[in-house]
Design a protein around this ligand. Structure first.
Ligand SMILES: Cc1cc2nc3c(=O)[nH]c(=O)nc-3n(C[C@H](O)[C@H](O)[C@H](O)COP(=O)(O)OP(=O)(O)OC[C@H]3O[C@@H](n4cnc5c(N)ncnc54)[C@H](O)[C@@H]3O)c2cc1C
Ligand code: SF4
Length: 442
């Protein structure tokens, strides 16, 4: 092995192939049948269960757990898929610690929730191995266009197909899946699960995927409206926020999502280069994923810097602890002031912050961190939305049914205003918009 974590600069192969393979295995190992029964037995099958209310897709959690407990895991899978057709991916990536498991009565009483996420994975893995569970309703003769083959677009497409509509999904990328394929951390979705799940979902029939078709380049909203009975936009947030600091354009100051995407698509992880010293700017899930993955690739020093306190970080406490457990240093209350270097970045200068009467302000005290690579995880923004649509807070304005300001056009997922930017929320919004479209086409 020519390189190690101590090799200066940016280098590939800092760890042995065996170490890399070990580092990029499943974050949460799957439960076996016995473990699932034991975990399911901890559920009280609560009436008015708080876990159901906390789930954006409102899965009947006590029911599916009871079905596992009674040895009918395939029925449990069906219960999950009824509400959330991407229940397999959500079982892997949902921040359950801030959703269903946070409010589980066993969490509030004992600090140890029922392992809802792992039980969901147990049921959905089994269910998916048994083929596609739904059929299309008789054809309605209606045709819906969807823009974006991410969780929102796929959930919408599936539900529309179930209702008997023909669906064509236009997606800018060469592969479907959106951030399920290009954004979710490698250790959360292993073994090509995103593509396997899409192939399984398409088992419903009636959904045509058209990759390499970007709205605004290859297709226009007006043409989609003219050729279809309704349009759903699930185009996510394709733009990334720029860093406003002197020297931000230096070499090796990179977008964290691009780095994660490269990792997800890499056939040989040992060929991926990472810095000896990595600085990640941001406090959300993307920042944690970029920081953790840098460490897993063998970076010696990885520091995540967030401009406010830990309690304001979008990354959950579980994710913060995950980062710390992988050796990531988390610095809070500091914001970048300048990126130094000669061509490429060498150091990032930060200024400490505090909350003053007018919001966040600098204390005047600064410090520098050595950096071969800087990953920016300071948010994404809507890009390429058709001009005809009204926006709100930088996203497409929608009503409670996902209808936009343009008649016959719906939107959901990250590109639409309201709701958390989470896979499960995108699925819920895609599904609900499909039902609204179905009613409108009725
Ligand atoms: C790095 C990262 C890690 C994340 N990790 C998690 C996690 O662990 N758990 C979790 O719950 N959430 C996570 N999220 C958030 C989650 O991935 C998103 O909320 C979710 O993917 C949103 O789904 P979507 O369908 O709205 O958009 P996307 O997944 O972004 O999909 C949008 C699709 O639209 C396509 N598209 C974009 N523009 C156009 C256009 N002009 N024309 C045609 N097609 C277009 C894209 O190619 C893409 O396929 C993460 C996000 C990031 C960035
Ligand atoms: S809150 Fe916990 S114990 Fe109650 S039904 Fe949900 S998972 Fe079971």
């Amino acid at each position: 092995m020519p390189n190690s974590p101590f090799t200066p600069g940016i280098a590939a192969g800092r760890l042995s192939e065996a170490e890399l393979a070990g580092n990029f295995t499943d974050l949460h190992s799957p439960l076996d049948a016995h473990q699932a029964t034991v975990a399911a037995d901890r559920c009280y099958f609560c009436f008015n269960a708080p876990c159901v209310t906390a789930c954006p897709t409102s899965i009947d959690i006590p029911l599916f757990i009871r079905q596992i407990a009674t040895g009918t895991a395939r029925a449990a899978a069906r219960t999950i898929f009824d509400q959330n057709i991407l229940g397999g991916m959500c079982a892997r990536v949902c921040p359950t610690e801030t959703l269903c498991e946070e409010v589980c009565v066993r969490q509030t009483a004992e600090g140890q929730p029922v392992e809802i996420g792992r039980l969901q994975r147990f049921a959905t893995d089994l269910g998916m191995a048994n083929g596609h569970p739904f059929d299309q309703a008789p054809a309605t003769g209606k045709h819906v266009a969807i823009v974006g083959a991410g969780p929102a677009g796929l959930a919408c497409a599936h539900r529309l197909a179930m209702r008997g509509h023909e669906v064509t999904v236009f997606d800018a990328h060469d592969k479907p899946g959106g951030l399920n394929e290009f954004g979710i951390a490698s250790y959360k979705s292993v073994g090509g699960f995103a593509q396997a799940e899409i192939a399984w979902l398409l088992g419903i029939g009636g959904v045509n995927l058209r990759q390499g078709q970007a709205l605004g380049h290859d297709v226009t909203l007006a043409a989609l409206q003219a050729d279809h009975d309704a349009v759903f936009l699930g185009m996510g947030l394709a733009g990334v926020n720029a860093l406003r600091a002197d020297g931000a354009d230096r070499e090796n100051v990179l977008d964290a999502v691009g780095f994660i995407s490269e990792l997800r698509q890499a056939e040989d992880i040992s060929s991926l280069a990472v810095g000896r010293n990595v600085v990640v700017i941001g406090g959300g899930m993307t920042a944690v994923d970029a920081a953790v993955q840098s460490r897993l690739l063998g970076a010696e020093n990885v520091t995540m810097v967030y401009r406010r306190g830990r309690d304001r970080m979008a990354a959950s406490r579980f994710e913060q602890d995950l980062a710390a457990s992988r050796g990531v240093r988390i610095v809070t209350d500091a914001q970048p002031v300048a990126v130094h270097g000669n061509g490429a970045v060498r150091e990032v200068e930060f200024g400490y912050t505090r909350t003053g009467a007018d919001g966040l302000e600098g204390t005047g005290e600064t410090f520098r961190l050595a950096a071969d690579q800087v990953f920016l995880a300071i948010g994404q923004r809507l890009e390429g939305a058709p001009d005809a649509l009204a926006l709100q807070d930088g996203k497409i304005r929608v009503d409670e049914n996902g209808a936009t300001s343009v008649v016959g056009v719906w939107a959901g997922g990250d590109c639409a205003d309201g709701g958390d930017d989470l896979t499960v929320t995108a699925v819920a919004e895609g599904r609900d918009a499909a039902e609204a479209i179905h009613r409108a086409l009725g």
